[in-house]
Structure formats: C-alpha cells, structure tokens
Design a protein around this ligand. Structure first.
Ligand SMILES: [Cu+2]
Length: 127
C-alpha cells in the first residue's frame, strides 16, 4: 500500500515535471525571433530606441554574422551600444544603421549587448 502510494507520487511528479518543462522550452523558442540567413551569412536586426528590441534573438552558431543596430530618433542611452565579449563600444547616430561584424568563431554561446549604463540589454543566443 505504502509502496503503491510512493510509486504513484513519483509517477505523477515525473509526469508533472515532464508536462510543465515541455511548454516552457517550446515557448521560449517560439517567442524569440530568429536571425535571417542569406547566402551563408547571418543577420541579426536590433532596434535601439528606449531599449532594445527584440530583447532575445536566436541565431545559428558558427557562421559569420552581422548585427545590424538601427536607431530612429534615438536620443536616449540605448544609442550607446556596448558588447563586452567583442570589446565593442560605440555611440551611434540618433538615426541610422550600424553593422557590427562577428566572425564564425565569435558566433558562439550567448552574446550580450548593453547600453553604456547597463540598464538596457539584448541577447543573441547562438545555438
Ligand atoms: Cu542606459
């Protein structure tokens, strides 16, 4: 009796964890936009204005990538982009586009970009 109860608790616990973990992984993959790939080159579009959007982009690892940051009347500090892993730091024009080139070797793991003050951020997840 006790053993049967124990087994059912374990089975229910396993079923609950399986069911609850499945939508969360599927959910994040669907929610985050993916990078565009054209002729073997990858493009990640980020808009900088009062923060960054999208906040998370899923990209393919190991291929040359261009991060294209677009400003459009951006007078807040999201125009000053810092990408610590690339030792990249630049004040962008209030309106325009800035291409940040990443080599295939650099396109790995999670790349985080920040405003100069660190209050806004975006992530590119290479996978
Ligand atoms: Cu800031």
């Amino acid at each position: 009796m006790v053993i049967a109860l124990l087994i059912s608790v374990v089975v229910i616990g396993w079923a609950v964890s399986f069911v609850s973990s499945k939508p969360s992984t599927g959910g994040t993959a669907q929610a985050a936009p993916t990078a565009t790939i054209v002729d073997g080159k990858q493009f990640v579009d980020i808009t900088a204005k009062a923060g960054y959007s999208p906040r998370v982009v899923i990209a393919k690892a190991g291929i040359p990538t261009t991060i294209r940051v677009t400003t459009n009347g951006t007078f807040d500090c999201s125009a000053s982009v810092v990408i610590p892993k690339l030792s990249y730091q630049k004040f962008l024009q209030p309106s325009g586009t800035e291409d940040i080139q990443i080599s295939a070797e650099q396109a790995t793991g999670t790349l985080q970009g920040l405003c100069a003050m660190g209050m806004y951020n975006f992530q590119i997840k290479f996978q």
